[in-house]
Design a protein around this ligand. Structure first.
Ligand code: AMP
Length: 479
């Protein structure tokens, strides 16, 4: 190739590269330009806060023995009284609550966590259980089940209220509902369960408050009477109650403001204006409560804030003298709710207790919390082969009802025995290299220090026997 040719070729190569480079540059520029054009607005970074939302809290492991006690006692009572468990979603369409709890209620008006989803659905976190349970009752045709249908549920509920002691934005309730009976014996039974729940949890000093707010027929006249009275005292009411006078006049009666309480004290009382049916219902309920030796007070100001209640309403209060008294639970009849939601005629009654308040009260009165069964056997391993075999042996003992502890992450026998001592176990099983090969285990009695080597396939029966003679109860998973 001649020199000129080579130069030409080189030049054209360089030229091509220059063209390529400038195309690349141009494309980059366009991309950058386009990107700049289309770049979304910078999202302002929210500060990262290491705490839960206001009014919400963790239930830490050290608190769990109280919570476990509440779970156990409430589940036991639910079973004893023939309730079946139901779990419903935490979130529902907002109008389920708006329509059925009532627009003029505090829960709906002020406290609901309501928002619109990406799919444009208006939804809300449940502020209570009953509306959702009734939705499910109708939707799943539970009206055909043998009456009464008794449903039990537990879980979190959400209310955007001003947080304070005993009042949280996320709290947990245990909820009981009974469908299909209008006999006041059910009201008495529900109150009996509510008070047993609290008392079985060690809260002995309680006060049961009952009232009847009548049915839609007698309440209509009573409501008129109440409005007339409240209108005449309007100037003495708080701003909220002035508004409630129009939206939910009964609610004025349980306003906690002093000036409103004074007005309520002389207000006409619903129990003096009940129709014959409601009057008999209430009287019979009180007779049942007397028969049950459940002491109660009639609180004419007790109305419970929700629109769906009819006839009986009640609350259980802690009997604590000091501090602010808070209701531990409450409920009532809602004979028309299922029908008004489009279901069959279905009288019903229910109640809910607040788990946080129950736990706080249990602590205050030093009630018993749940103490889980403690392991009486510790499994220690030494060496690679033993370590490998230890997981299987651990599971084998567990499957046979022997609660066992371990500290597999530790290598030395000394440090593992230290843990075993701390746990105050009766026996430590030692699995070393030799034992792993021989299919044996060393059983060390922690009280006497005596050690014996036993065959692996006899280990379960030997340990069970030892634990029994050691007067230690063998733990069973199903109990
Ligand atoms: P209610 O139906 O509103 O009376 O609620 C039933 C029970 O839940 C109450 O008696 C309380 O024990 C409990 N509770 C209600 N609201 C809250 C709240 N904001 N925080 C904690 N517990 C609550």
């Amino acid at each position: 190739m001649s020199r000129t040719k080579t130069i030409r070729k080189k030049t054209s190569k360089t030229a091509k590269m220059v063209v390529k480079k400038s195309i690349k540059k141009a494309t980059k520029k366009t991309i950058r330009k386009n990107t700049r054009k289309k770049a979304p607005q910078q999202i302002k970074k929210e500060p990262f806060v290491l705490q839960p939302l206001r009014g919400m809290k963790d239930i830490l492991p050290q608190e769990q023995p109280y919570w476990e006690q509440v779970r156990r006692v409430t589940e036991k009572l639910a079973r004893e009284y023939g309730f079946s468990r139901i779990d419903i979603p935490i979130m529902e369409f907002s109008n389920l609550f708006v329509r059925n709890i009532g627009e003029g209620t505090d829960i709906v008006e002020k406290e609901m966590y309501a928002f619109t989803t990406k799919g444009k659905n208006k939804v809300a976190l449940r502020p209570e259980f009953t509306a959702g349970i009734c939705r499910s009752f109708i939707q799943n045709g539970m009206h055909i089940l043998a009456k009464p249908v008794k449903l039990f549920s537990t879980g979190p509920v959400y209310r955007y209220d001003r947080p304070q002691k005993g009042r949280y934005r996320e709290h947990h309730q245990v909820n009981y509902d009974v469908f299909g009976e209008q006999d006041p014996i059910l009201d008495a039974q529900i109150i009996q369960i509510a008070s047993r729940t609290v008392q079985d949890l060690g809260i002995k000093s309680i006060q049961i408050q009952v009232n009847s707010i009548g049915c839609p027929t007698c309440r209509k006249d009573y409501r008129e009477l109440l409005i007339n009275y409240l209108e005449s005292k309007k100037s003495k009411l708080c701003q909220d109650c002035k508004r409630r006078l129009k939206t939910n006049p009964l609610r004025v009666l349980d306003c906690k403001e002093d000036k409103c309480a004074q007005v309520s004290a002389s207000a006409p009382q619903s129990i003096s204006h009940l129709c014959e049916d409601c009057h008999t219902h209430f009287k019979t309920l009180l007779e049942y409560l007397d028969e049950l030796d459940l002491s109660y007070i009639i609180n004419p100001q007790l109305v419970r804030g929700l629109d769906y209640y009819t006839k009986t309403v009640f609350e259980i209060w802690s009997g604590s003298e000091e501090g602010k008294k808070l209701s531990l639970g409450g409920g009532g009849r809602y004979d028309k709710l299922i029908e008004s939601m489009g279901g069959h005629e279905m009288p019903a009654i229910g109640f809910a207790i607040g788990m946080e308040r129950i736990v706080e009260e249990m602590k205050r009165v030093q009630a018993k919390s749940y103490s889980p069964p403690r392991p009486k056997v510790f499994l220690a391993q030494l060496g690679n082969l033993a370590k490998k075999k230890s997981l299987k042996l651990f599971a084998e003992l567990g499957k046979n009802g022997i609660l066992i502890a371990e500290s597999f992450g530790r290598g030395s026998l000394k440090s593992q025995l230290k843990v075993a001592n701390k746990l105050k176990v009766s026996f430590t099983l030692i699995l070393g290299q030799k034992e792993s090969l021989d299919e044996t285990v060393i059983v060390k009695n922690m009280a006497t220090g005596v050690q014996e080597t036993v065959s692996m396939n006899k280990l379960v029966s030997i340990i069970k026997k030892k634990l029994k003679t050691d007067n230690v109860v063998v733990y069973h998973h199903n109990k």
